[in-house]
Structures are given as structure tokens and as C-alpha cells.
Design a protein around this ligand. Structure first.
Ligand code: CU
Length: 124
């Protein structure tokens, strides 16, 4: 009898843990990007477009771009797409020269959770 209850409690704990981790998965994670992660693009992109799995708040979301030497690339303020709040636009203020670039993004999703991440792409 005691053993049975222990088993039931364990099952409940597992279920609770699963629910929590599923909720964690609902945060705004990067679904796709342009230029994409590890992409090699020819010519300088006009902007960085980041698409997330959840809607994001423009005022607390953005991305820092640095070149291979670690120098920051100038960008305009990030804006959320008027038709889809999962899409963040970050216009580049100047042309990117050939080389590798690191994108360090951070967002606040509409559910109030912060997420961040990094990826790189190359301009040929
Ligand atoms: Cu969340």
C-alpha cells in the first residue's frame, strides 16, 4: 500500500516536471533568422530579421552585432513587425564588409519571460 502511494507520487512529480518544462519551451525562442545562423550571404544585408516562437516586446528586445574583431556594428532600433509580433526587424545602419559576424540577441516575450542567444553568419 505504502509502495503504491510512493509510485503514484513519483508519477505526479514526473507529470509536474513535464508540465513545467513544456511551459519553458513556450518562451520566445529563435525560430529562424535572416541572415540565418551559419549562413554565407553575398553582399551586405539591409537588416537582420529574427523570427521567434512567441510574440516579443520591441522596447525590451534587440540584438548586438559584432564583427570578427569584436567591433560593434551600428544598427537602428529594433522594431516588431506590425503584422506579426513574433518578427523583430533590426535595420543595419551601414554596409557590412566581407567577414564573419556574431549576433547576440535578447528578447522579452509577451508572456513576460526573457530569453537570449547568439549565432553567427558570414558576409562573402
Ligand atoms: Cu515564457
Amino acid at each position: 500500500m505504502v509502495l503504491r502511494m510512493k509510485k503514484a507520487l513519483t508519477a505526479a512529480a514526473v507529470l509536474a516536471a513535464t508540465l513545467v518544462s513544456q511551459q519553458a519551451l513556450a518562451h520566445a525562442h529563435l525560430a529562424s533568422a535572416s541572415p540565418a545562423s551559419k549562413a554565407e550571404v553575398s553582399g551586405s544585408p539591409k537588416e537582420l530579421t529574427l523570427t521567434f516562437t512567441e510574440g516579443v516586446e520591441a522596447s525590451f528586445s534587440g540584438a548586438a552585432i559584432t564583427d570578427a574583431a569584436g567591433k560593434a556594428v551600428d544598427t537602428a532600433k529594433a522594431t516588431v513587425d506590425s503584422a506579426d509580433n513574433k518578427v523583430l526587424h533590426i535595420p543595419l545602419s551601414s554596409e557590412l564588409k566581407a567577414g564573419e559576424y556574431m549576433v547576440d540577441w535578447h528578447v522579452l516575450s509577451v508572456d513576460g519571460h526573457k530569453t537570449k542567444g547568439m549565432y553567427n553568419f558570414t558576409v562573402k
